[in-house]
Ligand binder design. Structure first.
Ligand code: UD1
Length: 357
């Protein structure tokens, strides 16, 4: 049986690593990795492959950046050629990025079976490009691997037959569990005693410059209470130049380059609070029990709120200040880890896939 993994962006690498490893224990399965090239900077891609011990991609489609339509179309036509040369029996796609939906479309046209890892998540916000990617990929997939039972409920409501849905748990947490000891060893020699870790990269936050400026002013205020470490995504780095707030001048806000996986995970373990608009970080902080404030109106990962340590603050910056104050005054209560976020999700996926052969 020949399986091809399609990865393109940072979070894909983190999710594919444990699945590739788990499948490599099944000797009747051959695997290949196709990197679409959606993320191409060394610190957005190569370093993840190295740290997560993912084999070098067999193919790199080198599609680079561009509008969503261009990026998706380039992935589709180049991947189509790759699959014409050697046709996989199953293609595994991950998460909700443009590379995910592009690969799913190619496979559906070629009649190649698709497995979607991290299926069923819904923000119910069609204004998010990722939501479109999720809905379409799930409709096209033959095997849908969900991280939590809300995913199963969403898929059922969309008419996906029950036998295609497999509740396996969270593969991003598999990677976290494996890498945690190394991450703890990767901590910088000196860290502030108390700090907030911040990441922002969603177009809805960083492409709206007046709003981004307001957020930066709120961060500047918070930085009077604790130091802020802010690894800056390339999209955000560009946007910061257009704002009227120069946070780089504040000695309490450290703007950093995008960080490798281990270093960033290490910082999450030590952070007093995390402020983010990322999907995966809502999950990682839930596992670690670190208070997380998500600057979004909705989340496709509701268990991080109902069970975990995540709070949606939306566009209410006063609420953000208030919530941070609650943590500082000790009024905050920790959540719980969701079921099956136990480090073994990829093994459950491998068992389902292996039984197909
Ligand atoms: C993509 C995903 C998003 C995911 C994020 C993780 C989609 C629609 N979005 O967003 O869901 O949360 O990855 O990081 O697929 N750039 C570089 N170097 C790189 C990659 C990007 O400089 O290696 C810059 C380019 O200017 C590019 C911009 O960042 O235009 C955005 O990159 P893109 O891959 O389009 O989307 P992300 O914002 O990274």
């Amino acid at each position: 049986m020949f399986i091809s993994h399609i990865v393109g962006a940072r979070p894909n690498f983190v999710k594919a690593a444990p699945v590739h490893r788990a499948l490599s224990k099944h000797t009747h399965i051959q695997q290949s990795i196709v990197h679409t090239g959606q993320h191409y900077d060394a610190n957005m891609s190569d370093v993840f492959f190295r740290q997560l011990a993912i084999p070098e991609p067999d193919v790199n489609l080198q599609v680079g950046s561009g509008s969503h339509a261009h990026q998706t179309a380039r992935i589709m036509s180049r991947l189509d050629e790759v699959f014409q040369q050697r046709r996989p029996d199953l293609v595994l796609v991950y998460g909700d990025v443009n590379s995910t939906v592009a690969a799913a479309l190619v496979c559906s046209k070629l009649g190649i079976r698709i497995g979607h890892v991290e299926a069923g998540l819904r923000s119910f916000d069609r204004g998010m490009p990722e939501e479109i990617n999720r809905v379409l990929t799930d409709q096209l997939s033959d095997l849908l691997f969900t991280p939590s039972s809300d995913g199963n409920d969403n898929l059922r409501k969309e008419g996906i037959p029950e036998h295609r849905i497999h509740l396996v748990g969270n593969v991003m947490i598999d990677t976290l569990v494996t890498m945690l000891p190394l991450a703890r060893q990767s901590l910088p020699a000196s860290l502030p005693k108390r700090f907030a870790l911040v990441t922002l990269h969603r177009p809805s936050n960083v492409d709206d410059l007046p709003w981004l400026s307001n957020m930066l002013r709120t961060l500047a205020k918070l930085s009077e209470k604790m130091e802020i470490l802010f690894p800056v995504h390339p999209r955000t780095r560009q946007a910061l130049l257009g704002t009227d707030v120069n946070v780089g001048n504040s000695s309490n806000i450290r703007l950093l380059d995008p960080m490798p996986y281990l270093e960033f995970l290490g910082l999450q373990t030590q952070a007093h609070i995390v402020i983010t608009d990322s999907g995966g970080i809502q999950e990682e902080t839930t596992y670690l029990g670190v208070p997380c404030f998500t600057v979004r109106e909705n989340t496709e990962r509701p268990v991080t709120i109902t069970s975990g340590s995540n709070t949606l603050v939306g566009r209410d910056l006063q609420r953000l200040e208030h919530e941070v104050q609650r943590v500082l005054s000790g009024a905050w209560t920790n959540g719980k880890r969701p079921a099956l976020w136990d480090g073994h999700a990829a093994e459950r996926i491998a068992a389902v896939v292996s039984a197909l052969a």
